[in-house]
Design a protein around this ligand. Structure first.
Ligand code: GCU
Length: 693
């Protein structure tokens, strides 16, 4: 950690427009102090002027005023669903002079970064008066970091960007200066909560809750200056592991009392602590099932312990049988979360957020949107995304996930594909944020669907570029911005990110970034797993192809390819019944092989290789065509980038070149293994006669 990290989307030059103006910051509060420091540094660097005034003082000649709303003018309007502070701000521009006014200092900080993002355009445009507020107050990033290096998973589970930003050598880092830079980057994209340790809580990490509290408090102090609250992942067995109790039964009085005291200690050490994240009864983690209790019993017991401090319990719905017999065709992992959680709708305490992965399996490049998101109208639901590219190229491949997330966020469970009349029906973003028409009480207009917000697994580490692949920064950027406003266009976000990260770069650089990234999600899908089948990765580390790698394992991730066909029958009529977990119209759409969208066909149906897709191609020909095309697209990505790489920072260019070469190697391997596998299985040649081995 000796090299200065790359500035990502906050290079000094991103502050040029602010830095050369006369700027006033008015207002108290820790975050107003942070804003003042940022502005002071920028104006000192670029020749502007900075003054710190009281709210309401005369500011006649200022070109930018960042101020708390003067007393008496604060409108008490509703805060965002799930918010504990009002993070909104008002942006006005009159004759080129800009005022950012916020009821709370958190809004002032967001307002500052709004102006940073706009740059000169903040001051240039026509007069404006806009109010900005996040879609939800719960915009969280989960770090799967281990304190001690785990023998299999390393320091950061599913981490592809070096070591942990938090821990080194079995302890919280002594020097938290890089963490400070990181917190600043997160604040600039609107993240306001971080969980700082792995959801798989091993023995060393369990101690964060007790012995290490002073260290966690140091971390929380760093994030606090940036309006970000800290959460811990905790082991459900903590009363046994840490408290010496014989049980962690959630209905045992001593267990509940142990958690009450644990919570009291945490909030004494860290008064603005956020809460607990829990992975229970999942992939070997302890949970309430051992005692014959439900997930609601478990979550509610913890919720009661943290309620006095307005703490939250993020309880993950990633619960399935990971010791399945592959011979057993009746068990379907995709069904599991719904089967476990749907019956518990309405049973969770108000401060429990059930955190649901976007798909029913596990962060694949393509999955249907998890039906659990639609199935629990009386439960706070957080949508869980994976910024770290576990199954999407592990930050060696350039894969921009903004389009995938945008598609998920905009998905409407109660609207037929292409039915414009159904625009009123809620999107996934509405369900997570408690917004949208269907989420409102028709009588009062108040939010009826409680908000759970967003959570995602982080992709950062102590790597020089934070994310391994420098372009993976764009994913973290887009995640934060989509949490703030799920309606943002992912391609426009790429522009925003590129404009900040490569300030002053010629248009050609931006065009090349679009050429590489715009369709990179689809490209990755093309050269890896076809038509929604998923999981053809090497077991364990999950990188690179291994078509049958998981086929005879206990993990419940099968494709059932034989000489005649491939895919999983998840219909209600002849299959596992998973399609029936969707409300209409999607249950019917997915049920029928006629209407099921091509990209999910093999997720829902077992079909012959000769089955004709809506695209007009057969399944087998589609496999061949997409795999050849995917690799060709990677070749074109490399051409596009090589032409502009001399125009950017040399180290960055080197890193990108090295990653793109690996992407091409890996994509070629995927193409050849997948094509060869299916040629051998099916005996059907490529109609274009290309080389398959
Ligand atoms: C995946 C991932 C694990 C992780 C798990 C989870 O299965 O491979 O490393 O622990 O998801 O989300 O809990």
């Amino acid at each position: 950690m000796t090299t200065t990290p790359h500035p990502a989307w906050l290079p000094d030059d991103a502050f040029t427009a602010i830095g050369r103006r006369r700027v006033v910051v008015a207002g108290d509060g820790a975050l107003a102090g942070t804003v003042a420091e940022e502005v002071a540094a920028a104006t000192a660097r670029f020749g502007g002027s900075f003054s710190r005034l009281e709210v309401g003082d005369g500011v006649a000649d200022a070109e930018l005023v960042l101020t708390l709303t003067p007393p008496g003018l604060t409108e008490p309007g509703p805060t965002e669903p799930g918010a504990d502070v009002d993070e909104s701000f008002r942006f006005t521009r009159e004759g080129g002079a800009v005022v950012v006014q916020a009821p709370c200092d958190a809004g002032l900080l967001h307002g500052l970064f709004h102006v940073v993002r706009l740059g000169e355009a903040a001051f240039d445009g026509p007069d404006a008066d806009e109010t900005h507020a996040p879609a939800t107050g719960l915009r969280m990033l989960d770090h799967w970091d281990n304190v001690a290096v785990h023998p299999v998973m390393g320091q950061v589970e599913r981490g592809y960007a070096g070591g942990s930003l938090f821990y080194d050598d079995g302890a919280v880092r002594a020097d938290l200066s890089r963490l400070e830079r990181y917190a600043r980057l997160l604040a600039a994209v609107g993240i306001n909560r971080v969980a700082i340790n792995n959801v798989n809580v091993h023995a060393r990490e369990a101690l964060l809750l007790t012995d290490d509290l002073p260290e966690v408090a140091r971390v929380a102090a760093v994030f606090r200056r940036w309006g970000i609250r800290v959460h811990l992942a905790v082991s459900f067995a903590s009363p046994i592991l840490l408290g010496g109790l014989a049980t962690s039964d959630p209905l045992d009085a001593d267990v509940a009392h142990w958690w009450v005291r644990a919570a009291a200690r945490v909030w004494t050490a860290i008064p603005d602590f956020g809460g607990f994240v829990v992975k229970a009864d999942s992939e070997g983690q302890p949970g309430p099932f051992a005692y014959g209790r439900t997930h609601a019993d478990g979550a509610n017991m913890l919720a009661a312990a943290v309620a006095p401090y307005d703490g939250l319990v993020h309880w993950r719905a990633f619960v399935y049988d990971h010791r399945q017999d592959w011979r057993d065709r009746s068990t379907d992992r995709a069904r599991a979360a719904y089967d476990h959680f749907r019956p518990l709708d309405g049973a969770f305490a108000d401060n429990v957020v059930v955190q649901v992965k976007y798909g029913p399996m596990d962060f694949q490049v393509r999955e249907p949107v998890s039906p659990v998101l639609a199935a629990m109208p009386r439960t706070r639901i957080a949508l869980e995304l994976q910024v770290t590219q576990e199954y999407t190229g592990q930050q060696r491949h350039a894969v921009y996930l903004g389009p995938q997330w945008s598609e998920i966020l905009g998905f409407r469970f109660w609207a037929a594909p292409g039915d414009a009349a159904a625009d009123d029906s809620p999107t996934v973003a509405d369900l997570a944020t408690g917004r949208g028409k269907a989420a409102e009480d028709p009588g009062t207009g108040a939010w009826r669907k409680p908000a759970g917000g967003f959570a995602a697994v982080s992709n950062t580490g102590d790597d020089e570029f934070w994310t391994g692949h420098p372009f993976a920064q764009a994913n973290l950027y887009a995640y934060g911005r989509l949490c703030w406003d799920p309606g943002l266009d992912p391609s426009a976000l790429l522009d925003e990110w590129a404009g900040l990260t490569f300030p002053g770069a010629p248009d050609a650089v931006r065009a090349a970034l679009h050429a590489v990234l715009d369709r990179s999600w689809e490209t990755y899908e093309q050269y890896t797993t076809p038509l929604g089948v998923g999981f053809m990765v090497r077991p364990g580390h999950h990188y690179g192809p291994d078509v049958d790698g998981y086929e005879y394992t206990p993990w419940g991730t099968y494709h059932f390819a034989d000489r005649d066909g491939i895919g999983v029958d998840r219909t209600t009529r002849t299959g596992t019944g998973y399609a029936g977990q969707y409300p209409s119209p999607w249950r019917e759409v997915y049920e029928s092989v006629e209407t099921c969208p091509d990209e999910l066909l093999l997720f829902f149906h077992h079909v012959p290789y000769t089955h004709v897709l809506h695209s007009g191609s057969t399944v087998i020909q589609h496999v061949y065509d997409t795999h050849f095309e995917g690799v060709e697209r990677v070749e074109r990505m490399i051409e596009a980038w090589s032409a502009v790489s001399p125009l950017v920072d040399e180290r960055l260019a080197e890193r990108v070149a090295e990653r793109l070469a690996e992407q091409l190697r890996s994509a070629t391997e995927w193409r050849d293994q997948v094509n060869t596998y299916f040629l051998r299985k099916s005996g059907i040649p490529d109609e274009r006669g290309r080389t398959i081995y």
